[in-house]
Design a protein around this ligand. Structure first.
Ligand SMILES: [Fe+2]
Length: 389
């Protein structure tokens, strides 16, 4: 669905279920979409925690059959997708429910695209490459988060080249996105912190994106306010249902923002760290975000000043630049408070790899909407700043 540059399309699931206990509606929603036999795409962790069995029972309570596929690995691969496609076909499934975080949802998107269109998942790398719809697709989310349960983005690793393929396709947007805070209380503090900082990065990058609109701005600022207020208590006490609920809204709002305004250099660079070192996405974003903000500041200081206010800073009486700098300080403080590693060196990143990663980051589609153009040396400079911050 190509759009002229001056037009704006807003992509989002048809239905979003939010709030305590909403996952119990999964079976009824699937049934309403015509499902009889659900392919439940999840990961081994969800099975181990007993969450997969719980959600399977919820779906079966609506009179549907369920086949469980727990083969979605962290950073899911094309092999994970095709193993899933084989099971889907041999079991006679007719709808998909994904359960977990970004890996389960992305793997399910891949399965759905191949089931609906045939061929190999590698055929659909790029923008809007599928031509036929996926089966009915519901995404039950357990992190807050990547927002993959509600976006049109699907990241699958090519096992031959070890490159992460980006499949951006409006047809892989879930029909129903389900965010039940009761399914998020098991997230350990470090994962809560990393996924929460990922959501903050989505909101900040979307807010300063070159294709931001009044709609994405509203979503991004609301997300930033919620994260500033609720991420710390969610990390401090995983059983705090109010904090989990508010973080679920925050990550969904941030998803609405970046699904339509795209991202920037934080994600372009974090993708390289993920590919090179297999580091967690949220942690990479959290460490890179302040350094990319510092670089971007002169492009749109008024936007960063507004982010500072959304983060709860008092900017009264300050110049725009001084207020903008408070946003960076507030992000650093939040990352430190929730226990994010201080710099890339602590994550084992080597200075000798920065030049190659910078070259690849400049080719990443996410940097196309960054508010400031960056030379190769400037991207290396941002990596270096994050290396020893
Ligand atoms: Fe992200």
């Amino acid at each position: 669905m190509a759009l002229a540059p001056q037009t704006f399309g807003f992509f989002t699931p048809t239905v979003a279920l939010m709030g305590v206990g909403c996952a119990a509606e999964t079976g009824a929603q699937a049934k309403a979409l015509g499902a009889r036999h659900v392919f439940l795409c999840t990961d081994a962790g969800m099975v181990k925690l007993g969450i997969a069995a719980k959600v399977k029972a919820m779906i079966e309570a609506s009179g549907l059959m369920v086949t469980v596929y727990d083969g979605a690995e962290p950073n899911p691969t094309d092999k994970n997708v095709h193993d899933g496609v084989t099971l889907y076909r041999t079991s006679g499934c007719d709808a998909i429910v994904s359960l977990g975080g970004g890996s389960a949802h992305d793997c399910a998107k891949g399965v759905g695209m191949v089931v609906g269109n045939g061929g190999n998942i590698r055929d659909y790398e790029g923008l809007d490459k599928t031509t036929r719809p996926m089966p009915p697709f519901l995404a039950v989310n357990t992190t807050a988060g990547t927002a993959s349960e509600m976006t049109r983005f699907c990241i699958i690793t090519n096992t031959d080249t070890h490159v992460k393929m980006a499949l951006v396709d409006w047809r892989c947007t879930p029909n129903v996105a389900i965010n039940d805070p009761l399914l998020m209380v098991e997230m350990p503090p470090a994962l809560t912190a990393a996924t929460g900082m990922d959501a903050l990065t989505h909101a900040v990058e979307a807010y300063v994106s070159t294709i931001a609109t009044p709609i994405t701005d509203a979503c991004a600022l609301a997300a930033i306010r919620l994260i500033a207020r609720w991420l710390r208590p969610a990390v401090a006490n995983g059983g705090n249902i109010e904090a989990r609920d508010k973080m679920a809204y925050a990550e969904y709002l941030a998803g609405m923002a970046f699904n339509n305004a795209s991202l920037g250099y934080v994600h372009a660079m974090a993708h390289q760290l993920g590919g090179f070192y297999n580091l967690p996405h949220g942690v990479c974003n959290a460490v890179l975000l302040p350094e990319v903000c510092v670089f971007n500041l002169i492009a749109c200081p008024e936007r960063y000043a507004e982010i500072a206010v959304a983060l709860g800073e008092n900017t009264a009486g300050l110049s725009t630049i001084a207020a903008a700098e408070m946003a960076v300080a507030a992000i650093r403080r939040l990352a430190r408070d929730v226990g994010i590693p201080r710099n890339l060196a602590q994550l084992g990143v080597k200075e000798g790899d920065l030049a190659v990663m910078a070259g690849n980051a400049k080719k990443d589609a996410c940097q196309l909407t960054n508010p400031r153009l960056a030379s190769h040396e400037q991207v290396v400079g941002m990596f270096k700043a994050a290396l020893t911050a």
